[in-house]
Each structure stands twice: as structure tokens, then as C-alpha cells.
Write a protein that binds this ligand. Sequence first.
Ligand code: NDP
Ligand code: 2IT
Length: 449
Amino acid sequence: MPHLDERLETILADVTRRNAGEPEFHQAVREVLESLGRVVAKRPEYADEALIERICEPERQIIFRVPWIDDDNKVQINRAFRVQFNSALGPYKGGIRFHPSVNVGIIKFLGFEQTFKNALTGMPIGGAKGGSDFDPKGRSDREIMRFCQSFMTELWRHIGEYTDVPAGDIGVGGREIGYMFGHYKRLTNRYEAGVLTGKGLSYGGSRARKEATGYGNTYFIEAMLATRGQSYDGKRVVVSGSGNVAVYTMEKVQELGGIIVGCSDSNGYVFDENGIDLDLVKEIKEVRRERISEYARAKGTGAHYVCGGSIWDLPCDVAMPSATQNELTGRDARTLVKNGVVAVGEGANMPTTPEAIRIFQEAGILFAPGKAANAGGVATSALEMQQNASRDSWTFEQTEERLAAIMRNIHDTCAETAEEYGAPGDYVLGANIAGFVRVADAMRSLGVI
Ligand code: NDP
Ligand code: 2IT
């Protein structure tokens, strides 16, 4: 593991001790601290004012019970979380995840990363994350609605357009946001459109929000490729997952001339010799809500399904992990490098293990960290908040143009910061330092709060 200077090592030891049994949170903190040595050397005031310690400690953590009744009339209990990490730059902002793996450590790592990501967008939003260990798989629409309503029955008192603005994440899309917004509206008797983002277009949502994370990651990689005189044209691209981020990544990559070789879900992956048929993926995942194995069955010739295994065994030029944390391991990175990958962009949050990142960077491969590359989703959420605040609604083109400009800006900020701190081409370092400096400077101005 890379060396941390003594002071940062002490901070990490403290975070590890105070957040025992939360390995994903430790991993996310370590990665940021590894980048901060160069900042502390240049600007000791950050260390002197305990800014790093303060930034690693969430401002508020809420844990609550969610009781609900399933279709068999049985009472079910889930645990839910909202970690309001940092509000120096604006109201807390970040998604809600419904997945059986959710625990406080996962939500904390996501909220921590969100704080820096949101700072990188340049928009006035703080960082948060929430979720529940509720498993939506196999649940009826009515069960989903009852769960969302019960979840909001507690959460509503902690959120608000000036306080905390949740959105979607794994297992939470337009349908769930609709049920949550409906219940918030009922409980508060307020049509407060800006309290949630990722809303449907008929009740205050933004055009291009659904597409934004995938499109944004594609733009980020396009900008990275351009630094080496390359483009997506003719490149073979593998995208893991087949959810919101994956689907719209594939859409934009195809538009820019890339060939999607494969995609996946938690059961396995598909590859298609003719390039993935995205309309079919959308039909299976967005309409029928079925498994990706259905793709091979429905498509027939040229399409194959592999149960289990690693999607990163597929040879490709660009890899875009867009499913979940730590899904791309050191072994996968070695395979990708051997197969000639030129760029990797994280659509998911922390999908690449630290070992895998090191392998990519040592091999000179362009590597875009999630807190920069997938920031297009939350940036467009902030655009949704802007539209809600002004009771306006922009066109798709207008919104996408703003998104593209924000992504170019994040790319350039990361590249320039890496250069300034003596590590040209290191987008991880650039993103961590640029995000940290923005949050830390605001915190210094606000005093010890
Ligand atoms: P979705 O729920 O729409 O899709 C998630 C996809 O990833 C599904 O294909 C799912 O497969 C797969 N997946 C989830 N968990 C696992 C797992 N433990 N192992 C293997 N595969 C898994 O979520 P999103 O597309 O919204 O989110 C994907 C990633 O992108 C997450 O890391 C999220 O934090 C991140 N992200 C999302 C943003 C957004 O705006 N939605 C913004 C920025 C980042 P299955 O159906 O089998 O579970
Ligand atoms: O990880 C993320 O950035 C998200 N899930 C989106 C958060 C948001 O508030 O739009």
C-alpha cells in the first residue's frame, strides 16, 4: 500500500477505530488521505485546523426502523439509514440505495465520496447518502409502494429543499422516487418539488436526469481519450451492470461510435458478437424487470450468457464498471491490461479495488475515479433543483448541454490539479485534492461548526 505520512496515518487509524467493522468506509477514506499528503505539505493550515479529521466525521447519522406489510399480510422489518455527511457547500445531497447488502458502513463510504463528488460539480450541494437493507427483487409494485411510504414516514422530518435532498441509487429509480415524493407531499401538505430529485417529468423532474450519470461518464472518458488523440469511434466497450447507469452509458457510447460488447447483472453477463442491442436490454430491464440472461434467450444468434464468472474477461478497449463497489478486482485489472484496455471510467461508486487501480495506473492506462466520472448524475440533480426553485423546465438539449459542460469542467479541473500537485495524468489524485480543497475552504470560512 502507498505510504501515508505520520499525521495522516494517525487520522486513518482513528477513523478505523471509531468506525469498526466498516471496511468500505475505511477504503474510501484511505484513498482520499493517500492523495492529501501533497496538500498538507503545501498548505499546513488544513492539518492545523483539524479539517481532515472533521471532513471524515459525518455531521449527522440517522438510523431507523421501517415496518411494512407484505402481500401475504406478514409484517416485515427493515433497517434504514441517512448519513448527512457534510453541508459546507449546500444542503445535503445524495442518493438512496435499496439493497440487502446496505449497512451503515456502506452508506458512510457513499456519503463521504458524495461530499467530494458534489464539490467537483461546482454546484452548491453538500454530501449525504441513505438507504435500506430492503431487497426489492421479486417484490410487487404494491409492496414497493408500501415500503417507500413507510420509509418516508420517518425520513420526511430529516429532509427538505434547504436541508437534505435525496435521489435514487441502486434499487431506487423513478418509480420509488414517485412513491416517496407522493408520501412526503401528503405528510407535509407541501408541494415542495425540490425535496427530491430524479422525479418523473410530469411532477417536477428534469429532462436528462435519467440519462445523466451514464452520459456524464461517457463524456468524461471522451475527454480523457482526447488527451491521447483518441475517441470512442470503433472502440470495443464493456459496461458492467444493466441498471440506470449502465443503460445510459451504453446509449451514449453507441452514439459516439463505440461498440458495446457486453453488460451484466448480479447473476451473470451477456456478450454479443454484433454489439449489444440496447432496445432489447431496455425492454428486458426497464419494462419487464427481468434478468439479463433473458437477453441471450431473446436475441438468439451471436448472443451468449455466462452465469457467474467475470465480465472483465471480455476483451475490450474501454471498461466502464457501472454496477457496485469492489466489482473489479486486481485479477480483473490484470486481465484487462493483458487484453489491451486503454481507458477505465467508474460509473459506479468505488467499483475498482485499490489493487486494481494501482495496476491500471502503473500500466499507464487512463483511469477515471467515480467521484469525478459519475458526477453527472448529481450535477443534473442540482440542475433539477434549479428548475424547481425557479418553477421552470428546460429542454433536453439545454440540460444535456449544461451536463456536458460540467463534465468537461470536472475533467479539466482534475487534470489541472494533478498537474499542479506534481502527478500529471493521475485523475484519482486530481479529483481527491480538488474536491477536498473546495469543501475544506468553505469549512474554514464557516468556523468550527
Ligand atoms: P440500478 O439499481 O439501476 O442498477 C444496478 C445494476 O448493478 C444492476 O444491473 C444490478 O444487478 C447490478 N448490481 C447491483 N448490486 C450488485 C452486486 N452486489 N453485485 C453485482 N451486480 C450488482 O442502480 P444504478 O444504475 O443507479 O447504480 C449503479 C451504480 O452507479 C451504483 O454504484 C451507484 O451508486 C452508482 N451511481 C448511480 C447514480 C445514479 O444517478 N443512479 C449516480 C452515480 C453513481 P441486479 O439487478 O442483479 O441486482
Ligand atoms: O451516487 C450518486 O451520485 C447518486 N446516486 C446520485 C445522487 C443524486 O443526488 O442525484
